[in-house]
Design a protein around this ligand. Structure first.
Ligand SMILES: Nc1nc2c(ncn2[C@@H]2O[C@H](COP(=O)(O)OP(=O)(O)OP(=O)(O)O)[C@@H](O)[C@H]2O)c(=O)[nH]1
Ligand SMILES: [Mg+2]
Length: 1136
């Protein structure tokens, strides 16, 4: 096969109906990259002998070494089928969970995907995840069941068994799709119902109940995978073969004289061939007959494998001649039977033909994008399509047309930015020079030389301004730099070296993008729209027809840039393009400074930003990094910025402590990020902290029976053994705590008194809050805009319904005397206003609701109104870092039971009258304040600024006067309230039994029976818990489902792999938070306990170990004894 030229590709790009944008998705190691190799080799880009071994799209060194893909990369292929020519933009994606964000970036640009499933392993967790992602993006999946050779060679199944096994896999996959599909149909159904309800509200009539679920009348056949529909290919990528049943249907229709359409329907399924009657009959197993698929297809493949593996030369010869194939002498004499097999099979049933023709038949072209998908892409968050401005709605037709005419608006979506070595860019590559260029260069060199000569003779020649080169449009910098290197190379070697190094070191970022409408042209100016951009806002300021120029008014989240370079993505290579028409995947250079990770580009300001990508993985593994040499800090910071841009999922933070922190999805991802940072982006040596393990703090219900180690004993216990312990839990004067844990505390100026109680939330409620954090955030936004009386955009009915449903669920789960009216009294969620903790108010004379957006509250002005934001802020601060080790809280409910406040006028007068007296007492208290609380005062001040600008009540104007007079020694009153509220929450928390919560991973481990024991050993050593163990049907493989604390997970995958000689390899996915049952503050109280656990009692207390580790890391006070008990040390030495 000859290589397709770039010109040919450019031609194909213009025929939109022949374009297919697809990605390959699967669980890790199911053979995506190997399949991609086979497809690539059909285009002659790599040799067919190397297909499967090279893994061409795994271009990174670590990808090759580890054998897993870490990024998605694209390649364009040419495919001819009959008289039709196709351009296939293929994207290979990683299967490892740590890189699932790369899958999201790939899926967004495609219209279809190839789901690859390992015939032995079947449906795995990531298979389900990618099916879901494909589903969410509304793209059409097709299926490749890969590694069928393993059924023959490894599992040694008979064809009949293999058929049942394959049938089983297909059923499993269809079950997953079925579940996705059903939920959607039901959802749509519910939507329709609410709509019709609305209609019937206005026109009451006879209600007709329809009991059907709607599933019956929806045609879902195209959604299921079935060989007869032509969306399943059976393959072995490593041996280079694959087929859809239509291939065999065609073949046998001639041989046995049955119509191909009949064969197509019966080749897969319970049918058998009655050879005498030349008829196909139904029902095989009951009659002990071989199904057609076994008889006509699998038997042949099996016998070929058998012949080759047994080196039965005669038989091989026979098969080869009967199939009409030609096998080269090199292959037929090769010592490895696999080579021979590959040579025969890849000619007999070429996998690329089977897969690519399935793709061309089943995946829609960009012209067939569905209206549903377009609307989904255009509506961000809670907006409905109808609420978009009319100019924006019109753009829907542009999406649907996918037109490449000059008049069509250009719409491009950038799903990620990937780094490319500047040297690898086509414009920087050495290319043969044309005659004119050579002449031109010679001329330039001569002039330089003359200048040099003149300079050395002391003559002043006007120098060229150096800025000219740097201000050159970057599109040409490559060429210019090339020149510069060459020219300066003759003389000043220093500068040449510097320039050279700069080009070498420079990472260029290329945008991974797709044109959805119009033609992207090199040098074109285009708007860059951030995710928060609102077309309605800009259309007020700009006309819909305006184009990106420098004199436009400033619109938030919108800039413009120039498309400097356009590239055809060819795996490891890039090819320069002048323009890219609609429907194609492309690379864009020169967006580095405008786009961080993803963006929407358009020539029309009416274009809405695309909905953000769905990321499935939660970044959870964090480490702090610092350069080995402190002077290299700037390089590190720059490197981290680049890394942040290059990876869709990594988070790069600078903490208040000054630490530079990387947050990654998992260990493998972390490793890759660090490698990148060291070798690519920062190029300095870095030291990395041990992974920072996140915890949550919570409280539990006081135990009913065993009170020894909890509340009652606390005071005496502390007194007896741990005097210092008291410092931590010390409750200072002025704070009253009653036996039930109600904390009463006053502000330093005594003008307000708060009573706060903490209660653990039921588990389901915490889970609900966590699941709905996005919804809570939306609610919060809606409420703020309601409060500010801003013209809010229309609220999506769906969102309102979800809020209602959320409220109902909360009500259902918060029942009992304690929680009476609780849901209506929810004041805020925290931390960050959307976390899994609740603030309730439970005192007279106040009314406020987070359910405001449902429209059921009246706005009310009371004396509390001006300061309630301070209480909420205090709650937010308290939930952000708990008293145990300053980690965020989870599952805690704070109830404000009393809030006494003197009127502003009163405050004014009292402060005047008693100022002298007050001062004295207050001063004393002020000295009690720790450093921490002054800090809080500081942050409180900042908060207050925000509040003042936010609320606009008339009382506000009179207030500052009163505040001013009080402010002199304690800061503004609102600030005091924040600090007091925070303190109150912390004390309330400490009055209850506190617990740490650990992050948990789930993992699924596949292991054979021999290594099962070792897997269990590793799991239990790391405090893992097995949830489930089952045997995979038809194999001797066990699937173990387990949970494992994140804190114990580092090195887990490696350890398992080592202990099982690589037979089992787990993938860890963050699943939930779990309370650690032991009390971190537990100390032995009784004589026996003391003897048994020792004084420190930390050998047993995991929670305490975790807590102290975190405190140490954060530089907090840790109560620990360093050397104790000489006799214990002796015991140690005896053990030596
Ligand atoms: N027996 C057999 N092995 C295969 C087949 N296809 C791929 N493999 C092997 O499976 C392993 C993984 O293949 P890859 O193509 O790297 O898998 P992948 O899905 O790209 O993996 P990730 O990108 O890491 O998710 C390699 O060792 C391949 O040689 C096949 O058809 N039969
Ligand atoms: Mg791969």
């Amino acid at each position: 096969m000859v290589l397709t030229s770039v010109e040919k590709m450019v031609g194909l790009q213009k025929k939109t109906s022949g374009i297919r944008n697809i990605c390959i998705l699967a669980h890790v190691d199911h053979g995506k990259t190997t399949l991609a190799d086979c497809l690539i080799s059909s285009n002659g880009i790599i040799s067919s002998r190397l297909a499967g071994k090279l893994r061409y799209l795994d271009s990174r060194e670590d990808e090759q070494i580890r054998g897993i893909t870490m990024k998605s990369s694209a390649i364009s292929l040419h495919f001819v089928k009959g008289d039709q020519e196709y351009l296939i933009n293929l994207i290979d994606s990683p299967g490892h969970v740590d890189f699932s964000s790369e899958v999201s970036t790939a899926v967004r640009l495609c219209d279809g995907c190839i789901i690859v499933v390992d015939a032995v392993e079947g449906v795995c967790p990531q298979t389900q995840a990618v099916l879901r992602q494909a589903w969410l993006e509304n793209i059409r999946p097709v299926l490749v069941i890969n590694k069928i050779d393993r059924l023959i060679v490894e599992l040694k199944l008979t064809p009949q068994e293999a058929y049942l096994h394959l049938k089983n896999i297909l059923e499993q996959i269809n079950a997953v799709t079925g579940a996705l599909f059903t939920s959607k149909v039901l959802e749509e159904r519910a939507e329709k119902e609410t709509e019709s309800e609305n209609v019937s509200d206005t026109a009451p009539g006879d209600q007709i109940y329809d009991w059907s679920t709607g599933l019956e009348d929806t045609d879902d056949s195209h959604l299921y995978f079935s060989p007869e529909h032509g969306n399943v290919v059976f393959a072995s990528a490593i041996d280079g073969w694959g087929f859809g049943i239509e291939h065999f249907a065609k073949l046998y229709s001639q041989k046995i004289g049955i119509k191909p359409t009949v064969l197509l329907k019966t080749l897969w399924g319970d049918y058998y061939l009655n050879t005498k009657a030349k008829k196909i009959m139904k029902g095989d197993q009951s009659k002990g007959k071989k199904p057609l698929f076994v008889q006509l297809v699998l038997d042949n493949i099996w016998s070929l494998y058998e012949a080759v593996m047994k080196r039965d030369k005669e038989k091989i010869e026979k098969i080869v001649t009967s199939l009409g194939l030609k096998i080269g002498p090199r292959e037929s004499r090769h010592a490895d039977p696999k080579v021979q097999l590959n040579a025969i099979c890849s000619q007999w049933l070429p996998i690329s033909d089977a897969v690519l023709s399935m793709v061309c038949n089943k995946v829609p072209s960009p012209l067939d994008i569905t209206a549903e998908r377009v609307e989904k892409l255009m509506c961000v968050g809670a907006r409905t399509f109808d609420s978009l401005p009319p100019e924006t709605q019109e753009l829907k037709s542009a999406f649907m047309k996918c037109s490449s005419e000059g008049t069509a608006p250009v719409i491009v979506f950038v799903s990620k930015m990937f780094p490319v070595d500047s040297k690898a860019l086509p414009q920087n590559k050495p290319r043969p020079l044309t005659q004119e260029e050579i002449a031109h260069r010679r001329e330039l060199a001569k002039r330089r030389h003359a200048e040099k000569l003149a300079a050395s003779q002391g003559k002043e020649l006007p120098e060229e301004p150096p800025s000219e080169n740097s201000s050159e449009v970057a599109g040409n910098t490559g060429d210019r730099k090339g020149e510069e290197q060459q020219l300066t190379g003759q003389g000043d070697s220093m500068t040449s070296k510097a320039v050279k190094e700069e080009t070498e070191n420079k990472e260029s970022f290329i945008a991974f993008a797709r044109v959805f409408s119009g033609v992207a042209k090199r040098g074109q100016k285009i708007f860059v729209l951030g995710p928060k951009y609102d077309p309605a806002e800009s259309l007020h300021k700009l006309s819909a027809q305006c184009s990106p120029t420098s004199d436009l008014p400033v619109v938030p989240h919108m800039t413009y840039c120039t498309l400097e370079n356009l590239y055809l993505l060819m795996g490891r290579e890039l090819e320069d393009l002048e323009e890219v028409p609609a429907g194609n995947v492309l690379g864009i250079g020169g967006l580095q400074d405008f786009v961080l990770k993803s963006a929407t580009l358009s020539t029309s300001p009416a274009c809405p930003p695309f909905t953000p990508l769905n990321f499935e993985a939660t970044p959870i593994v964090r480490v702090a990094v610092e350069p080995k040499h402190p002077s290299e800090m700037p390089q590190l910071v720059r490197g981290m910025k680049l890394l942040n841009q290059a990876d869709p999922c990594v988070q790069v933070l600078i903490q208040e402590t000054g630490e530079h922190v990387l947050v990654t999805a998992g260990e493998v991802h972390l490793q890759r990020c660090l490698d990148d940072l060291r070798e690519r982006f920062a190029k300095v040596q870095i030291s990395v902290s041990a992974p920072i393990i996140p915890f949550r703090e919570t409280i539990t219900r006081p135990p009913k029976v065993d009170m020894v180690n909890e509340e009652i004993g606390k005071q005496q216990k502390v007194a007896v053994i741990h005097q210092t312990k008291e410092d931590q839990n010390k409750i200072p004067e002025g704070v009253q705590v009653d036996s039930d844990g109600l904390v009463t505390i006053s502000t330093p100026n005594k003008q307000a008194t708060l009573s706060v109680r903490a209660m653990p939330l039921p588990e389901e409620v915490t889970r609900l809050l966590e699941e709905n954090s996005d919804l809570i955030r939306t609610m919060e936004q809606l409420n703020t805009s309601l409060n500010e009386d801003k013209k809010t955009h229309e609220i999506n009915q769906k969102t309102l319904d979800r809020i209602k449903e959320f409220k109902q669920k909360l009500e259902k789960n918060l029942q009992g005397r304690k929680w009476r009216n609780a849901v209506d009294q929810i004041w805020s969620f925290g931390p960050r206003k959307c976390g899994p903790n609740i603030l309730l108010y439970n005192f007279e004379g106040y009314k406020r609701s987070v359910w405001q957006c449902l429209g059921n509250t009246v706005k009310e002005v009371s004396k509390y109104r001006d300061f309630d934001n301070s209480i909420v802020s205090g709650f937010q601060l308290a939930t952000l870092s708990g008293p145990m080790c300053e980690e965020p809280l989870m599952g805690v409910c704070f109830i404000v039971e009393k809030w006494e406040i003197n009127k502003v006028g009163d405050m004014l007068s009292t402060s005047r009258q008693d100022s002298g007296e007050n001062d004295a007492t207050e001063h004393q208290q002020n000295e009690d304040n720790t450093l921490g609380s002054t800090d809080e005062g500081h942050s409180a001040n900042e908060h207050q600024h925000g509040n003042q600008s936010g609320t606009e009540s008339p009382e506000k104007i009179s207030k500052p006067k009163g505040e001013l007079s009080l402010a002199d020694c304690y800061g503004p009153f609102s600030g005091q309230l924040i600090a007091t509220m925070k303190e109150a929450c912390r004390y309330a928390l400490q009055a209850k039994p506190q617990r740490l919560m650990a992050a948990m991973y789930t993992c699924e481990i596949m292991a054979t029976a021999e290594v099962l024991g070792r897997v269990y050993a590793v799991l239990s050593k790391r405090e893992g818990r097995v949830l489930q163990e089952e045997m995979k049907e038809g194999t001797d493989v066990f699937i173990i489902k387990a949970v494992l604390p994140v804190a114990e997970s580092f090195g887990f995958a490696d350890e398992i792999r080592k202990r099982t000689s690589g037979l089992a390899s787990p993938q860890l996915v963050f699943s939930h938070w779990e309370i650690i049952s032991s009390d971190p503050f537990w100390v032995p109280t009784t004589e026996e306990e003391y003897l048994h656990f020792g004084e420190k009692a930390d050998s047993e207390n995991q929670a305490r170990k975790y807590m102290n580790a975190v405190r140490k890391r954060k530089g907090l006070y840790v109560e620990e004894k360093i050397v104790e008990h000489a006799e214990k040390q002796r015991t140690l030495s005896r053990n030596k």
